[in-house]
Design a protein around this ligand. Sequence first.
Ligand SMILES: Nc1ncnc2c1ncn2[C@@H]1O[C@H](COP(=O)(O)OP(=O)(O)OP(=O)(O)O)[C@@H](O)[C@H]1O
Ligand SMILES: [Mg+2]
Length: 128
Amino acid sequence: MHQLRQAFLNLILNAEEVLRECNGGNIVISTRAEEGWAKVSVADSGAGIPEENLHQVFYPFFSTKRVGEGTGLGLSICYGIITNHQGRIRAENNDMGGATFTVEIPLAPTGGTKKTTPKKKTGRAKGQ
Ligand SMILES: Nc1ncnc2c1ncn2[C@@H]1O[C@H](COP(=O)(O)OP(=O)(O)OP(=O)(O)O)[C@@H](O)[C@H]1O
Ligand SMILES: [Mg+2]
């Protein structure tokens, strides 16, 4: 959970950074549960992502920020965390003129998760 929090924080910080460049705007965060997936999207009204960069933003060290301002690791770390949770993440442009990052994490199967506490040994002594 701690890692997922870090991943979402990264997405929000990216949105906040792009909005600062654009002198303001909106960040819209939405959550929903759909077909066994928890879906969270972070959308901003910033400048969006050029089409040719859309498939590169999750690569380590890909950054369009000025030298010394971004390492280009934020989204690759997000990608690693989300896929470690059997999830998926994608980037696209939105109607607000900005970018939307959507994270989808599989929900635990309904009907309750099985507890994995070890079974108690039935301590029957030898010969009983
Ligand atoms: N919300 C966004 N709107 C537009 N472009 C974005 C957005 N989020 C990420 N990007 C693009 O993806 C690139 C990679 O993002 P990433 O978070 O991996 O690195 P970074 O923000 O440049 O540096 P840092 O390692 O400090 O996070 C950014 O440089 C930017 O070009
Ligand atoms: Mg970043």
